[in-house]
Design a protein around this ligand. Structure first.
Ligand code: NI
Length: 171
C-alpha cells in the first residue's frame, strides 16, 4: 500500500478517456489499495485512476474519508445508467486543489459497475453520492468539473492556475 502523487490539471492523462479493465488481477488490486490510501491521505471523498496517472476505468469513493467502516466503494468499469433531477452545489477536485465552484449535477443516479471481487453490481446514489459518482465517471471519461463551469467563473480559475504554473507552484 502506498500514497501516490496526484496528477494536477494540465496533465494530458486527465484529458484522455481511460481504458476499460479486463482482468481483475493482483496488479489491479494493488492499484485499488494505493488509490484508497491516496484518497484518504489527500484527504478526499473520491479518486479516479487517471488522477494517479493510470489510464484505467477504476474509481474509489468514500464520503466519510475512511472515518466510518463500510463506506468505501470501488468501481471498476462504472457506467451511469440512470439520472434524475438537478441540483447545484459547490464542487472541488484533488487535481485542481484549492478551488471550488458551483456545478449542476443530477440529484439521483444509478451506476452499473464491477466490484473488486468481479461481481456485476448496481448502486443508486443521491445528493453527495450522486455528485461524487458523476465527478469520478467524468474523470474516467477525460472530463473535469470545470468543464461544467461557464464564462468568467471558469476564466478566473484558469487564469489563477496559469499564474501558479508560471511561478512553479502547480504540477
Ligand atoms: Ni476530481
Amino acid at each position: 500500500m502506498a500514497v501516490l502523487p496526484i496528477v494536477k490539471y494540465g496533465d494530458s492523462v486527465l484529458r484522455n478517456p481511460t481504458q476499460p479493465v479486463g482482468d481483475i488481477d493482483a496488479a489491479l488490486q494493488k492499484l485499488i489499495d494505493d488509490m484508497v490510501d491516496t484518497m484518504y491521505a489527500a484527504p478526499g471523498v473520491g479518486l479516479a485512476a487517471n488522477q494517479v496517472g493510470v489510464a484505467k476505468r477504476v474509481a474509489v469513493i468514500d464520503l466519510t474519508v475512511g472515518k466510518k467502516p463500510g463506506n468505501l466503494h470501488v468501481f471498476i468499469n462504472p457506467e451511469l445508467v440512470e439520472m434524475e433531477g438537478q441540483i447545484t452545489e459547490e464542487e472541488g477536485c484533488l487535481s485542481i486543489p484549492d478551488f471550488v465552484e458551483d456545478v449542476t449535477r443530477p440529484e439521483r443516479v444509478k451506476v452499473r459497475f464491477t466490484d473488486r471481487n468481479g461481481q456485476q453490481r448496481e448502486l443508486r446514489g443521491e445528493g453527495l453520492m450522486a455528485r461524487a459518482l458523476c465527478h469520478e465517471i467524468d474523470h474516467l471519461n477525460g472530463a473535469l468539473y470545470i468543464d461544467h463551469v461557464r464564462g468568467f467563473k471558469k476564466d478566473r480559475i484558469l487564469k489563477k492556475i496559469q499564474k501558479l504554473a508560471k511561478s512553479g507552484m502547480w504540477g
